[in-house]
Design a protein around this ligand. Structure first.
Ligand code: SF4
Ligand code: SF4
Length: 370
């Protein structure tokens, strides 16, 4: 699996500018035989996750305004993320496990990538989501495994000002990062970057770039912004323990679940945009003269999710709505020892009805169990 998993080896911060960011990308690509860069970029005025021709494609001159059911880009420097995430690269919405020609030759196996990948400018919550996916599907889904192995380096952009829908700090997924990356940066101002390294590779790269040690005033400003972001986000949702206790107490509270899911239409958008949702359904198809076995994203809130040969085991929408919340906060901890939500807020932003996970979690702990 690419990228050393090391504890942040230094609390030291360095200061630089966009040219240093470019140099970091160049050196990383050189270290891995021209590995490709993947990150956020603008495409037709939309923020997408995909291959970058260079770091100048990063959305460095826009800010996103995110609210439940609403997303807008404006000029600024605080871009958090779009609907896509590194999941789009690691587990594409449709991925072929095997492609067989009419002569029964295997034309493609596991939809792998031929070259190395550098995830550049992903967010701390994205990195935590990859850690969760690693624990669940690495070694099990061959496409994910191959693509994950192709990741040679990870560069993270920390978030100094969260969107209205973010609560990463409350689930220990941001806004800063201390493990599982090579280089991280935070933008204090438009062209003032603070850098840190999280691996020996990152340390080597930063020393070759020649960034200078940050001044006390930079560190002070950085810490003030981080503390403000953290304390703001921590008050947005109840503690994980409180959520888990209340989920246990009201798992069979049909009235509550019907109420909080009353607007849901079961479209599954929340599943598709969630960086930790990994469910797929598998289809065999004939296409362009080839037979293919393809994995396609599906989601626990869609109608067909519980439809099996013997009937439907989650016919009522409230049970599917409930499953999403239970899975994130109760079942993931049982499966992988950590909650499956990284507090990115995408499920609220991209829900066409603006159903806000924060509100569900707050109601869960505020309303008395019947
Ligand atoms: S459940 Fe919602 S807030 Fe949590 S990780 Fe998924 S999309 Fe983000
Ligand atoms: S995005 Fe909203 S409406 Fe669609 S399934 Fe999720 S909660 Fe329901």
């Amino acid at each position: 699996m690419g990228v050393e998993k090391v504890v942040a080896s230094s609390s030291e911060l360095f200061v630089g500018n966009f040219r240093d960011l470019e140099a970091i990308a160049r050196l990383l690509q050189k270290s891995f035989d021209g590995a490709k860069l993947y990150g956020y970029k603008l495409q037709n005025d939309r923020a997408v996750f995909g291959e970058l021709s260079s770091v100048s494609e990063l959305p460095l001159k826009v800010a996103d305004v995110q609210k439940p059911g609403s997303y807008r880009l404006v000029s600024g420097i605080r871009f958090r993320h779009g609907s896509g995430s590194p999941k789009v690269y690691l587990l594409p919405p449709e991925h072929a496990f095997i492609v067989v020609s009419q002569n029964y030759d295997i034309a493609e196996l596991y939809n792998g990538v031929k070259e190395g990948a550098i995830l550049f400018g992903i967010k701390p919550c994205d990195r935590k989501a990859i850690e969760i996916l690693d624990r669940i599907i690495y070694g099990k889904n061959p496409v994910y495994t191959k693509r994950r192995d192709a990741v040679k380096a990870i560069v993270v952009e920390e978030c100094l000002e969260p969107a209205e829908t973010c609560f990463c700090s409350a689930v220990n997924a941001g806004p800063t990062i201390s493990t599982g990356f090579d280089v991280a940066y935070a933008r204090l101002h438009e062209d003032l970057y603070l850098f840190k390294f999280g691996s020996s590779l990152g340390e080597k790269i930063l020393s070759r770039v020649g960034v200078k040690k940050a001044e006390e005033s930079h560190v002070k400003e950085y810490l003030e912004l981080v503390n403000k972001a953290t304390s703001t986000m921590n008050t947005r949702v109840p503690s994980t323990k409180n959520v888990q206790d209340n989920l246990k107490a009201r798992v069979n509270d049909k009235k509550f679940w019907e109420e909080v899911s009353s607007k849901c239409v079961g479209c599954g958008n929340c599943n598709y945009v969630c960086p930790t949702c990994f469910c797929i359904e598998i289809e065999d198809r004939i296409e362009d003269g080839y037979s293919k076995r393809v994995g396609m994203w599906t989601g626990c809130r869609t109608y067909t999710y519980g439809l099996v040969a013997g009937g439907h085991f989650r016919r009522d929408l409230y049970t599917r709505f409930r499953h999403f919340v239970l899975h994130k906060f109760t079942f993931y901890p049982m499966q992988v020892g950590d909650v499956g939500c990284v507090g990115c807020g995408r499920c609220s932003v991209w829900c066409p009805l603006g159903i806000d996970l924060k509100e569900t979690l707050n109601r869960l702990t505020e309303v008395k169990v019947q």
